[in-house]
Design a protein around this ligand. Structure first.
Ligand code: PMP
Length: 349
């Protein structure tokens, strides 16, 4: 979901950017107009996500999945394996990609609990001989989220924040690298935000394609190739909206918790009907995953939801059940509406 205000501004400016005279869809990525948009978007990420000067901000293509390969290529220290925490589909895929390139130690896996649990902070980051420690802050499909976020330990931290970036305050200085595709809280598909501690970048292997070398992007000030200009423009509008609507990421986080709690509380009120996927301490504020007893119940539930104007509640095809995604643009009234419907559906049976 994108905020109405952002969609309206895109519509209003689509034919002609104010004081530019042409559309964002037409201007050159080397034009002064786009240079301003790029610099503003970068500055807003720095300000809102509190990115320290030690860290660079890049806007790349290839989605978060390309970062699954970029990370090992740019951060692996020869002879030191990387540690991967497998908490769901996405961190599992990231480890599979890394394994093609470097030595990987799978230090924790939630497979036995069907990815409903997370490791405790004490189970992580215990070894300084790793190139880095990798985890996903929120597993979008399973709905498990590290809360609080693991802090700096012995090995540099790398985090896939695709589905909770810009929804919570982060100690960015604790991380060697953070990446997040934009299509959850930061706009639209086609753009991936990478925040990297410049001093942690290693020399990539000689055969590495230029695009996958983060130093190529830094050296060319994010213009190594044509960046996704429209998606960067939408990111800028999303950041301005976050600042205007919430003021800070702490406030986004508080409101996100309030939204998620409305739905988790409703699930917990009817334990004979609804079963949450994530264990309580791993529950995600971004993606609430739960099951009804059978396929017929699920179908009936989804049908009733649709009649009430609620769509896209079916869980990911690999997990089944239901998934309510509560990204920043989803208002609290929508979470309340779903909570009310969960009660109503339970009462009707
Ligand atoms: N990581 C996470 C946590 C995700 O949710 C997703 C996409 N849903 C990805 C990685 C992959 O992102 P992309 O499709 O942009 O490659």
């Amino acid at each position: 979901m994108l905020p109405d205000e952002v969609l309206q501004q895109i519509r209003d400016e689509l034919l002609c950017l104010p004081s530019v005279g042409s559309s964002i869809l037409e201007i050159s990525h080397r034009s002064a107009a786009f240079a301003t948009i790029l610099a503003e978007a970068r500055q807003l990420v720095r300000e809102i996500a509190e990115v320290p000067d030690s860290h660079e901000i890049l806007f790349l293509q290839g989605g978060s999945r390309l970062q699954f390969s970029v990370v090992p290529l740019n951060l692996a220290i020869p002879g030191k394996p990387a540690a991967y925490t497998i908490t769901g589909t996405w961190s599992g895929m990231a480890a599979d990609e890394a394994r093609r390139l470097i030595g990987v130690n799978e230090i924790w896996s939630g497979a036995n609990s069907h990815f409903s649990e997370l490791p405790s902070a004490a189970e992580l980051n215990t070894n300084e001989d790793w190139s880095y420690l990798y985890f996903a802050s929120n597993e979008t499909i399973h709905g498990v989220q590290f809360r609080p976020m693991p802090g700096a330990g012995r090995a540099p931290l790398v985090c896939d924040m695709s589905s909770d970036f810009l929804s919570r305050r982060i100690a960015v200085q604790d991380f060697a690298l953070i990446f997040a595709c934009a299509q959850k809280n930061a706009g639209i598909a086609g753009l991936t935000i990478v925040i990297v501690d410049r001093d942690r970048l290693c020399d990539v292997p000689a055969h590495t394609p230029g695009y996958l070398n983060l130093k190529s992007h830094l050296a060319s000030d994010n213009l190594y190739n044509t960046p996704p200009t429209f998606a960067i423009y939408v990111l800028k509008l999303m950041l301005l909206w976050i600042r205007q609507r919430f003021g800070s990421l702490s406030e986004v986080e508080q409101q996100g918790l309030a939204k998620a709690n409305l739905i988790y509380d409703a699930i917990d009120r009817h334990p004979n009907l609804y079963r949450g996927h994530a264990s309580r301490r791993a529950r995600s504020t971004a993606n609430v995953t739960f099951y009804l007893p059978g396929e017929a119940d699920s179908r009936q539930f989804l049908q009733g939801a649709k009649q009430r104007g609620m769509s896209d509640l079916r869980g990911h095809r690999t997990l089944g059940g239901m998934r309510a995604s509560l990204y920043n643009a989803m208002p609290i009234s929508a979470a309340q509406q779903l909570a009310d419907y969960l009660d109503e559906f339970a009462r009707s049976r």
